[in-house]
Write a protein that binds this ligand. Sequence first.
Ligand code: 13P
Length: 252
Amino acid sequence: MMRQRLVAGNWKMFGNSARNQLLLEGLASQVATIGKLSCAVCVPFPYLYQARSVLAGSGVGWGAQNVSQQPKGAFTGEVSVSMLADFGCRYVIVGHSERRKLFHEDDQLVAAKAKAVLEQKMTPIVCIGESLDERERGVTEGVVSRQLGCVIKEIGIDGLLRSVVAYEPVWAIGTGKTATPEQAQRVHAYLRKLMSEQDAGVARHVTMLYGGSVKAANAAALFAMEDIDGGLIGGASLDLNEFMSICKAAVR
Ligand code: 13P
């Protein structure tokens, strides 16, 4: 069985119209050369229009980095799932560690967002991962199982089939300290085992990405691991050549 492989860029709060244009046009023109792989970018809200225009018909997916869990209402500054769906987004990142930490998003909120995204027939990219302190205390498995468990409780085990799970150890994000392929694989295998305790068929099919200092130089070794189906790429997704090389490394 082949799981869908995916490399998604998370631009975070970077970019401007001129630079995005070059990057998006480059992606649109080069992506056809990399064979059977899904590739996507998650961009800041003001650039969704640009992503949609430039990537139309290219095969490169696109989406947002966050969304409100509320359907509508007096929530100044928030963006709803129906707005993103109406606009044509395919992907929405939920529960990124930066949002959990800096914007105090807890497991319940992240799970509610994942559910809201699925209800609008978009694909949530659900991020989970332990902090350095948690890894050093030896509680990595407890943390990721709590984070994933909360999402499964909300969307059901079947909901994972229409989602993407991204394991991003917080200590590896933006630090240049990538998890070794074996470290990442160990957690991915553990997560797949947890899923298979509820439904083995679902566990086999869920696309699981690794994120945290993925670069062209380390991507192939990570993506060669049995339970790693691609990557969620921060800094390196802002560089066309680097991102394209990472995409190529994910092709099996
Ligand atoms: P870096 O690739 O910059 O470490 O970021 C990873 C990440 O947070 C992707 O969501």
